[in-house]
Ligand binder design. Structure first.
Ligand code: NDP
Ligand code: OXD
Length: 309
């Protein structure tokens, strides 16, 4: 019997177990550290991979990330022949849509400013800008960004996105590549980062980018902490170049208790909760990919190791 080994949050793992028991009783589903016979392990679903995957599990056929991002993997440590598959499932997409739409609406309707006013017992309306005149720009046009943009479009926002390769999406002005980045930024009042962490995107959210945004622009950061330069963010907030920032990811996580971002009046911080895989839908998504592997069909979400995402 083939073993499917799950190595992530054990409580959520019980939900995976239930789905596997119902839909694939022929698979021996195990939760780390209950590995069983390592030679029987064909599939591994993992958030933080163990060392020496290839040697530990010589008959492994695929590695599934239990999250959408794969920057926690050392791609070089995973044998070339093994597909690494990231998580694209309805639960994580819907969670991100909720968080990103909430954040964009909060910035659009000046909620951080009203929180500051409330602290001063200051009852003062701020003129409302129509959504059609608010230019939202999303860095990244992948599975999460596309869903976020589709929902933002329903509010009438002027939506744009930026990706590495040229994309075409209904109702979204699409920019591609470094040569179009500045034009994208210059038209963006609320910037949402939904990029994967790679060598190219590390440190990207910094002074150069902030200075191209229209003065007072808002930032929603839901990508990865290492993409954001904290010192540059603080400087941009101090100077008024950035208005407010909503950050779900930082580096490190959590920030040290005395870090200025914790108490900055123009920053809302959440503890990397924008979106999480939903165990039942995630398990079903992985089972669909398992079936594809077994039938020799293309697997959905295979990571391109050259690109790193
Ligand atoms: P995808 O792989 O589907 O999409 C990535 C997008 O980023 C693609 O459009 C890609 O361009 C673009 N991109 C990557 N590198 C570059 C670059 N150098 N220049 C321009 N564009 C680039 O990822 P997802 O949408 O599924 O997820 C995005 C990220 O969101 C994850 O990697 C993770 O870090 C983060 N995330 C955060 C969560 C949270 O709770 N905060 C939860 C889940 C995910 P192209 O289309 O040309 O390939
Ligand atoms: C993910 C995350 O990548 O939760 O799935 O950040």
């Amino acid at each position: 019997m083939s073993t499917f080994l799950y190595k992530a949050d054990p409580v959520r793992g019980q939900d995976w177990r239930t789905v596997f028991a119902r839909e694939r009783p022929d698979v021996d589903f195990r939760i780390w550290p209950d590995v069983g016979d390592p030679e029987q392990v064909r599939y591994l679903a993992v958030w933080e991979p163990p060392e020496d995957i290839g040697q530990r599990f010589p008959n492994l056929q695929a590695v599934f990330s239990t999250g959408a991002g794969v920057d926690q993997f050392n791609l070089k440590a995973i044998p070339e022949h093994l597909p690494l598959v990231r998580m694209i499932e309805p639960g994580i997409v819907e969670g991100m849509v909720e968080y990103a739409v909430f954040s964009v609406l909060a910035l659009h309707r000046d909620m951080p400013a009203y929180r500051r006013q409330q602290a001063q017992a200051d009852w003062r309306p701020i003129p409302v800008q129509p959504a059609q005149e608010r230019r939202v720009g999303v860095l990244g046009l992948g599975s999460l960004a596309q869903a976020v943009l589709a929902r933002l479009g329903l509010f009438g926002f002027d939506c744009a996105g930026w990706s590495r390769s040229r994309r075409s999406l209904d109702g979204v002005t699409c920019y591609a590549g470094q040569e179009e980045l500045d034009a994208f930024l210059a038209r963006t009042d609320i910037l949402v980062c939904l990029l994967p962490l790679t060598d190219e995107t590390r440190g990207m959210l910094g002074a150069r980018m902030f200075n191209i945004l229209p003065r007072g622009a808002g930032l929603v950061h839901v990508g990865r902490g290492q993409q954001l330069n904290h010192a540059d963010l603080l400087a941009a907030l101090e100077s008024g170049q950035l208005g407010d920032a909503i950050l779900d990811v930082t580096h490190p996580e959590p920030l040290p208790a005395d870090h200025p971002l914790w108490r900055h009046p123009r920053v809302w911080l959440t503890p990397h909760i924008a979106s999480m895989t939903r165990p039942d839908t995630a398990a079903r998504t992985v089972l669909d990919n398992l079936r594809r592997l077994e039938n020799g069909e293309p697997v959905i979400g295979v990571v391109d190791r050259q690109k790193g995402y």
